[in-house]
Design a protein around this ligand. Structure first.
Ligand SMILES: C[S@@+](CC[C@H](N)C(=O)[O-])C[C@H]1O[C@@H](n2cnc3c(N)ncnc32)[C@H](O)[C@@H]1O
Length: 271
């Protein structure tokens, strides 16, 4: 069953909605972002998006086959900054709606160990924390990003149920995570457009995916967002049978159309 309607009807119609607010002056943007999230949710195996007609302010929801709302988006100027954990917003911070959809695609379960090797300001880890108790590990080359993620996660850690270990580090060498220890790896590496260079990704992506495959337990899940499809494909090929594609979808994000890939860690030995 599917549903779409104005914001005023949402609470009564969608009692279980995971409602996400994001900053957008324009409903067109809201609809595109919702479509992006729909692709992510489809990637996770739970389809349906219901955009309102363009040009009208309102709510856009994504529901699963049983009618449960997974993600709701609203055009609402300035609300993104009110997301409670957004104390350390950086220019590179991921859209929280996309981060939430990625966290959901990682098949979050209570107590999971979730690793973000390119944590930036910590949006992905924060959205994972909002889904329930978990152990979070993250790193970033940039000490300012590590500091930002620690500040972002401090609220979750203090309220209990969430443990976090975030440190300066390189996604190519996650020495602080044991083999097969992680249930999920979520990654938003540099695309090589606005951050980093595509030529660097030729080296970075294979090494980072190899490490992701090493730290993931069999049947664990990797969720990657990148616009650098060429190097993502090459890196996946280098991992051989250790990572099996579950789904790949193009999503809309800030004028780019990155790919959101979801991969299952198989029983094959790490590459
Ligand atoms: C697109 S940003 C991630 C944004 C993050 N998801 C957020 O919401 O803030 C990519 C991050 O990767 C980091 N980075 C680049 N190369 C890295 C590497 N080899 N190891 C770890 N982090 C790296 C950058 O410093 C940057 O913070």
């Amino acid at each position: 069953m599917a549903w779409a309607g104005p914001c005023s009807e949402v609470p009564s119609r969608l009692p279980h909605a995971e409602t996400l607010w994001f900053e957008s002056q324009w409903i067109n943007e809201a609809a595109r972002a919702a479509a992006a999230c729909a692709a992510v949710v489809r990637a996770a195996g739970r389809p349906r998006v219901l955009p309102e007609p363009e040009g009208r302010p309102g709510m856009v929801c994504i529901v699963d086959r049983s009618g449960r709302a997974l993600v709701g988006l609203a055009a609402a100027w300035g609300l993104e900054r009110r997301r409670p954990y957004r104390v350390a917003l950086m220019a590179r911070s991921l859209n929280p709606a996309m981060a939430r959809a990625m966290a959901m695609a990682s098949r979050a379960r209570p107590g999971d160990l979730c690793c973000d090797p390119f944590c930036g300001s910590g949006t992905l880890l924060a959205e994972r924390a909002m889904l329930g108790p978990c152990r979070l590990v993250g790193c970033d080359l940039d000490p300012a990003a590590v500091d930002a993620t620690r500040r972002t996660l401090s609220g979750f850690v203090h309220t209990g149920g969430v443990q976090a270990d975030v440190r300066p580090g390189d996604a190519r060498d996650l020495a602080f995570v044991a083999d097969a220890a992680a249930d999920a790896v979520v990654a938003n590496p540099p695309f090589g457009h606005r951050r980093g260079r595509a030529s660097d990704n030729a080296v970075l992506y294979p090494a980072a995916l190899r490490e992701a495959a090493r730290v993931l337990r069999p049947r664990g899940r990797l969720v990657v967002l990148t616009a650098d499809r060429r190097h993502l494909r090459q890196a996946l090929a280098a991992c051989g049978p250790a990572l099996r594609p579950r789904s790949e979808a193009r999503v809309w994000l800030g004028g780019l159309e990155p790919t959101l890939g979801v991969y299952d860690r198989t029983e094959a030995p790490p590459p």
